[in-house]
Design a protein around this ligand. Sequence first.
Ligand code: C5P
Length: 300
Amino acid sequence: MSPDGMTPYHSSARAKINLFLHVTGRRENGYHELDSLAVFADTADRLVLEAPALPGEKGRLVIDGPFGAGLDAGPDNLVLRAAAALREAATVPSTTPDWHMRLTKNLPVASGIGGGSADAAAALRLLSQAWSCESADLATVAAGLGADVPVCLAQKTQRMQGIGETLVAAPVLPRCAMVLVNPGIAVPTPAVFKAWKESGTGFRPPASLPARWENVHAMCAALAATSNDLQPPAITLYPVIGDVLAALADTESCLFSRMSGSGATCFGLYEDMPEAMRAVASLRHHGWWAEAGWIHTPLN
Ligand code: C5P
């Protein structure tokens, strides 16, 4: 049980959106160096530590929610891999019990918004509390699990560099409504990076950003000078992404639209929530998943 002794530990695992993503280099191990501005959405998976396992019993993972069907809840699931990696890194005593966990998948899978990474980061946050090992080097454990996991630990606007593990301060963002749209296709990230490479596109320099954007119009003007370098190859592989972007750009009062990560989820930015909610209603007519929320701004 959590510190109040009553409620289980639980955490939101928010969608991560790349407002831009420049491919700036390539490492010998095949990973790409990036410069990307990551923000977090209100829309989130949810992870709950439901009950401690019995001594010697393995912690079980149960997955439910709208996108939970067919997901592997076995030891290869990133949540259970995160638990095992934390146990090892923090040398948690074998007498300390595992936890049975429940993951509610509200985010589409393999969709460029870091759902699996957010779930793994939530597991690290919750288990480090439950196992009283908050002083463990969570950032290093996170980086070992995947390039997007470190940024998902704090779930706040940050700039990602290196292959994603180097987090640097981002501009202060204005209040901004955001719509997420996914056409219901799972996109394998390695295939998109491969298509990017085969397209012969050169590396792009890091973006030049101010310390803050005073309003959403200034932010969108600056974003227009950046790109998601993975968007053209993703559209080549999955042309429906181009349809999603055209439909988003067509929604009333959409200030900016782009694909996130390696796709297929795309986002639209709006000054206020009523416009974003109207956009969601029109995008759902296509049979696509669409959600509106604010860009998440944690208090610390
Ligand atoms: O680290 P993660 O498992 O999320 O990455 C999935 C795949 O995406 C990698 O195997 C790699 O092909 C590609 N990738 C990359 N450069 C990055 C991040 C991911 O090439 N910075």
